[in-house]
Ligand binder design. Sequence first.
Ligand code: PMP
Length: 311
Amino acid sequence: MAQMFPGKFAYFEGAYVPIEEAKISIMTHAFNYGTGLFEGIRGYYSKKKKAILIFRLKEHIDRLVRNCRILCMEIPETPENIENICIDLVKKSGFQEGVYIRPIIYKSELSLGPLLKGIESKLCCYVIKLGDYCDITSGLDVCVSSWRRLADNAIPSRVKATGSYINSALAASEAKQAGFSEAIFLNENGMVVEGSAMNIFLVHQGELITPPRSETILVGITRNTVIELVKKELGLNVIERPIARTELYVADEIFFCGTGAQVAPVRSVDRRIIGNGQPGPITKKLQEIYFQVVQGENEKYSNWCTVVPCE
Ligand code: PMP
């Protein structure tokens, strides 16, 4: 498991405190019932700009705040405040390399019973160093999971809730124990939805296909980025529609995308080689564009990067 290298400070109970002091009680609602909502946001270090560029900060905070409605959460911080807290923590970390920012809104009361309404919530946030989360060069060997993705009317996948990552952990652990790098989830109807912590795209005869947002997926910020880049930069269309399991086996290319995964090619699914077993041309081109954009090297998308100068 990846080791964590945190910054010295965290945001906790309304203040910046040393990371070792940011601790919750074992009676906390979120710890007992999984009632936390979180984001994972990357910052890329640019040597040229001597700055960390936080990628699509606004969009991440917007998703976090919107999803609060589903879990009946209210916090004193405004979206602008939360963005500033993320920026401050990156500054305070002093890191001059890739970072990962983790704001969490959690039910902070020490109260018994799995209720949502009327339980107080708080915001906390920390920053860690982060390089690649999974291989993005040679292609991943993945399997279809025997675990099904959570249904929207059970635990909504659209919500990045702490408790729902049990579903991801079951699938990812099963895959790793069986010698694969990742898992692909099917939904209750047997259709492809996403990876354990990433969205999925396939390329079939020049068309890009990904499950629609009405499916049981987390509507990824990277997914939205990829859709826009594919249309604007590659001039290709992205079709959002349900995908059957066997469409995976006959695809020309498959890739995952996510804040952690970035753009990660898939080499095989259930031991069936995808394409010629190498990252395909569309995936490679997209990776190239993606990394230019996140490094702030494509002016057209500079509004997606929040520049935090490194002192
Ligand atoms: N699906 C799941 C289940 C995830 O955990 C993630 C990672 N946040 C994603 C998709 C990708 O989302 P994003 O691009 O917003 O990181």
